[in-house]
Design a binder for this molecule. Sequence first.
Ligand code: NAP
Length: 333
Amino acid sequence: MDPQSVSAIALARVPDGVPAPADFALVQLPRSPLTEGQVRLAVRCLSLDPYQRSTLGGRHFGDAPVGPGDVPPGRSVGEVVESRCADVEVGRLVLAETGWRSEAVVPGADVSVVAVPPGVAVSAALGALGMPGLTAYAAHVRQLCPRAGETVVLGAATGGVGAVAGRLALRAGARVVGIVGSDDKAALATGRLGLTAAVRRGPGLDEALAQACPDGVDAYLHLGDQATLDVVMERLALGARVSLCGLMDQYNGGAPTRLRAGAVMTARAQVRGMVVYDHADLAAEHAEHVGALLTSGDLVALEDRYVGLAEAPVAFSRLMSGRNVGKVVVDLG
Ligand SMILES: NC(=O)c1ccc[n+]([C@@H]2O[C@H](COP(=O)([O-])OP(=O)(O)OC[C@H]3O[C@@H](n4cnc5c(N)ncnc54)[C@H](OP(=O)(O)O)[C@@H]3O)[C@@H](O)[C@H]2O)c1
């Protein structure tokens, strides 16, 4: 490989529906020179997250749309291999927005040193201790607010956000029912993750949820699809709290998600939209709380790990079609 080039994954064509590996291409890009204030990072671990799907051909909050030939955005743990920023030493492991590439040049002011408790894998900084974990923590303390004995229902219960949210709700003394996409995930949810019950999304969800939640649903974290949202909304208990957090089918090009107004009214429910960027003030509290759960082994940090940048398209396709189990990360060595 030319030492003056870096590997990257570029969008080959805008996906139609669930992204396929062939929508991306492994490319070589010229190495960027380093200017004053910048650092060069060798990417060690790249985070793949559903929001990246919204950027492919479209816009996700402040992110620019990603078109054919562009490299999708992505957060990584990287090692500083060259620095022209006095505050960032060579050899440090840092968190940065690198995109899907093996090496990135970024402003030193935009990186933060990776901080995980002893014994915890650095990739946790992209998962339970990173953006997905903060999302779960903020939804838990500010929107779901479960009390002991209440029933909390979570979509995508074995995923990056769902696994953390489930553990937090269990620790609050709630009954926690996970909605998942396969029997294997259901076994994982009630086994290793310790949830009270797990039910499968799709046909039969209504009956299964009625059985698992005989007193209704007091709090619901929505991370999935329209059909699941419709079923849960009709099972809300009086005074339920609903956090609208993830719209997987909509990101894949499905119809805009709709909310059943009658169900909200009947349950006198509070429905809140979750955007993790609004909850940065909880970062220190989240790191302390979730860090302690990871250290004690109380929280299982499930990871769906791939090796090599070339695997990123396959990993992303699996994530967006619900075939991941846990937080998706790509190891670059
Ligand atoms: N609002 C925010 O600030 C914020 C921040 C972070 C993440 N999120 C959202 O939270 C959700 C979970 O994120 P994550 O990173 O933890 O991902 P994840 O849960 O690890 O993976 C996504 C999961 O969504 C489930 N899913 C439900 N309906 C689906 C459908 N129609 N197509 C494909 N998958 C479907 C699948 O699990 P099952 O097969 O088990 O159902 C899949 O494994 C995503 O929607 C994400 O966008 C929102």
